[in-house]
Design a protein around this ligand. Structure first.
Ligand SMILES: Nc1ncnc2c1ncn2[C@@H]1O[C@H](COP(=O)(O)OP(=O)(O)OP(=O)(O)O)[C@@H](O)[C@H]1O
Length: 448
């Protein structure tokens, strides 16, 4: 884990169906890792998928040499308890004394891995397993094991998303891509000047911030290393370590950076009065701890440490730019900040058209579809709903553009009711905080 050649070699071996050709193998249940070893026999329910562990398996290297592959547990099986994954090492023994054979194999495995992912985008996620391993390190006297929970653990691949499918003002879309390309084309210059490429995206949820990063990754053929500061397993130390473990030429996506700061959710939408806002913020700072174990100084250190030297692009996203400390978003630290707004009338019309392409192809009267799209866009108030919300509604009317238009009014009413209920809940929470604050003030007066 955290070793990129591992993924390349595993992909190479899978491609060669190494595991299928082995004659001797053991079978364990996938969730055996989360149970004491003796309970493996009592496998219950269809969710227990067996994972074969084959040994020894053999494969041919790219230059025709034989190699044997052995998979071995890193720790004894009794340690595989309560959510700990069964850490395994993969040993590939190449039957040649020529080191070049090994270098060729790794190069070939890398190329195949990259080619296989050409139509996909790979996203690397972090593992949050962390409590038991420090003691495990002590048990095994393995200093490394004490920190071995902090790694890039899983990868998921997603189909590439074309930038054209993003519904954003076209100048913004083009500017975003040109900006990323410019960085990669001028790597040398960035290296010489030491200027890093860090970009911030902010705006309401569901407006396309993450989707843009995915589209750019596909367009530039880069893998994404994704960290959410809302993840409770991430603190300053793990953040620094994870970022230190990212490879050259990748996209580092740090989501929810506002989580490193006290929450100001309560005053986002409906506090017009600046004084009132400040007062609520003061109270929110007192009452609401940050949602993340990452501190501002930890985050700044980490951002400053991501240099431009190796073609890394850093994107940070937040739903609450007002919560961020000015130090974090000052020029030089976050050079370009792009706002993602709620859907405009033009965007709503575009979503509608994108949503019913099959109908458009069959429809003899495509003009009718265009009219539906325009009428739908006119019926939805501009800059009030996110594209994700509108897509959510259109999903309920798949293949039925006329129905989508007819149902728009009822959907709006339902949305407004939902909004009102949320507002009520917010106000109730504020009243509770205010009551609590009054209690604290009174107690302070009595005892001081
Ligand atoms: N501008 C857009 N163009 C196309 N699709 C969009 C757009 N905005 C949102 N979507 C769709 O809405 C869903 C959520 O989008 P996405 O995750 O990019 O939003 P986000 O702004 O990153 O949200 P969050 O702040 O909650 O992470 C996705 O399915 C995406 O396809």
């Amino acid at each position: 884990m955290g070793d990129f050649a591992y993924d390349w070699i595993v992909h190479y071996l899978e491609h060669h169906r190494v595991w299928n050709e082995s004659r001797s193998f053991k079978v364990v249940a996938r969730n055996a890792a989360s149970r004491p070893a003796h309970s493996v026999k009592k496998v219950d329910g269809p969710t227990d998928h067996p994972i074969p562990i084959y040994e020894p398996a053999t494969a041919q290297s790219s230059s025709g040499y034989w190699m044997s592959i052995v998979r071995a547990r890193k720790y004894p099986s009794f340690i595989a308890i309560h959510g700990l994954r069964a850490f395994t090492n993969l040993f590939a023994r190449l039957h040649s004394s020529d080191k070049q054979v090994l270098a060729d194999l790794i190069e070939c495995a890398k190329q195949r891995y990259v080619e296989a992912g050409a139509s996909r985008v790979t996203v690397h996620l972090t593992s949050t397993v962390h409590n038991l391993l420090p003691s495990l390190g002590a048990m095994t006297r393995d200093a490394d094991a004490a920190h071995s929970e902090r790694h890039w653990a899983k990868t998921v691949t997603k189909s590439r998303r074309a930038l054209s499918t993003l519904i954003l003002p076209s100048d913004i879309k083009e500017a975003i891509l040109a900006d990323a390309r410019e960085f990669l084309d001028n790597e040398e210059w960035y290296k010489m000047t030491g200027i890093p490429h860090r970009r911030g995206r902010y705006g309401a949820p569901g407006t396309g911030k993450s989707s843009t990063v995915h589209a750019i990754a596909g367009e530039l053929g880069l893998e994404i290393y994704f960290i959410s500061l809302a993840n409770p397993g991430i603190d300053d130390y793990t953040l620094a370590q994870l970022i230190g473990d990212t490879p050259a030429r990748c996209i580092l996506l740090i989501e929810d950076i506002d989580c490193a700061f006290p929450s100001r959710d309560d005053l986002d939408d409906d506090d017009d009065d600046e004084h009132q806002k400040k007062d609520h913020y003061r109270r929110a700072v007192v009452t609401a701890p940050p949602k993340s174990a990452v501190t501002l100084s930890g985050l700044l250190n980490v951002l400053d440490s991501v240099s431009s030297e190796e073609g890394r692009i850093t994107f940070a996203t937040t739903n609450h730019i007002a919560n961020l400390d000015a130090a974090l978003i000052r020029p030089g630290r976050m050079d370009v900040k792009i706002k993602y707004g709620l859907a405009t009338t033009e965007q709503i019309e575009q979503v509608f058209k994108v949503f019913f392409p099959a109908v458009a192809a069959q429809d003899t009267d495509t003009a009718a579809l265009a009219r539906h799209a325009a009428a739908f866009a006119a019926a939805i108030p501009t800059e009030t709903y996110s594209i994700a919300q509108i897509q959510g509604y259109l999903l309920t009317k798949k293949h039925d553009p006329a129905g989508a238009l007819q149902g728009a009014r009822a959907w709006l009413v339902a949305q407004q009711e939902e909004r009102r209920a949320l507002l009520d809940a917010k106000q109730q929470r504020r009243a509770e905080i205010a009551r609590w604050q009054r209690g604290v003030d009174e107690a302070y007066m009595i005892y001081s």
